[in-house]
Structures are given as structure tokens and as C-alpha cells.
Design a protein around this ligand. Structure first.
Ligand code: FES
Length: 173
């Protein structure tokens, strides 16, 4: 059997000059087209809807309902109540982890709120005492009057948060 003009791909290299590069290229194109087709099929099949498991939502209401004021005449776009004025000691403050704020009352009837994220490395501040908001991670302290640094290593003040006081409720804007 003569191996004349047929090109065979038995693995070994063909004789120089008699092996056109077109054979490999054509095969590559065919393989590429096949892969593209498979990819297309896979994409088309991606959206099967299994229906999922029937999700009983018994008791999964979250905890949003707690302290909602029942005042009908609240201003629109208002925030949410985070504390009662009576909760905040004069000359002190309180950290509200959920709301990520610390609310202070530097003077009677004067309320301020700051982000509870320490500006040093981002720990949540842990307490308010002796006129300062204290971060327990590395010891930074911030003044309750304006959030400025009272003790390093933090070197930037706590950002102030906007609050409004309506009656005995402190609302986070
Ligand atoms: S993160 Fe608060 S002192 Fe370092």
C-alpha cells in the first residue's frame, strides 16, 4: 500500500514539505466549533428551575417590629427610633450595636450621635465613660461632645450621625 498523497495523522510528523499546516488548522477549527456548540448548550440549560424546597416561613419575621412608635403624625422620610432620651445618661452615652451608632448626651437635653466604628482600625467602640467614647481594641478615646480624639492611637474623629429628637424618642435619620 503506497502512502502516496494521502495525509495521515498517525501522530508522527510527516515528511517535511509534504505536511501542509492546513490539516491541523482545519481540525482545530472543527474542535473549536464543537466546543462552542457545547458551551452554548450548557448556557441554554443553565436555567432549570427545580422548584426548590417548599419554604415554610414559620416564625421567620425578623425583628423589625419591636420599638415602633405609634405616632400618626410623624414627618415623612423619618428615620427609626434607636433610643429613648431617658436611656442616655447626661454626660455619658450608650452604644447601639445594631444601629452602629453611639448616642451621647453631653449636656442636659443635648443629644449627639456618632458612628460606633473606631477610626483607628474599625473596631466597634465599646463603652462611654467619663466624657469619652472608648474603643477597647487599642485604647482610643473620643469626646462625647464632638467625637474628636481624646486619646490615640486613633487620629481622626468619629463621624457624626444625624439624629432627631421627637418627644422622648431619639430617631436616627
Ligand atoms: S480600632 Fe479602636 S483603638 Fe484601634
Amino acid at each position: 500500500m503506497p502512502q502516496g498523497s494521502e495525509t495521515r495523522s498517525d501522530g508522527a510528523e510527516q515528511a517535511p514539505g509534504n505536511a501542509p499546516a492546513g490539516g491541523n488548522t482545519r481540525r482545530g477549527l472543527l474542535i473549536g466549533a464543537g466546543l462552542a456548540g457545547i458551551a452554548g448548550l450548557a448556557a441554554a440549560c443553565g436555567g432549570t428551575d427545580d422548584g426548590g424546597e417548599a419554604g415554610d416561613s414559620n416564625g421567620s419575621g425578623g425583628s423589625t417590629g419591636g420599638a415602633r412608635p405609634n405616632g400618626g403624625g410623624q414627618p415623612q422620610g423619618g428615620g427609626r427610633e434607636i433610643a429613648k432620651t431617658a436611656d442616655i445618661p447626661v454626660g455619658g452615652g450608650k452604644v447601639f450595636e445594631d444601629a452602629k451608632v453611639v448616642v451621647c448626651q453631653p449636656a442636659q437635653g443635648q443629644f449627639k450621635a456618632f458612628s460606633s466604628a473606631c477610626t483607628h482600625r474599625g473596631c466597634a467602640v465599646g463603652s462611654v465613660s467619663d466624657g469619652t467614647i472608648n474603643c477597647h481594641c487599642h485604647g482610643s478615646k473620643f469626646k462625647i461632645t464632638d467625637g474628636s480624639v481624646a486619646a490615640p492611637p486613633a487620629d481622626e474623629p468619629l463621624p457624626e450621625k444625624k439624629i432627631t429628637v421627637q418627644g422622648d424618642q431619639i430617631m436616627l435619620a
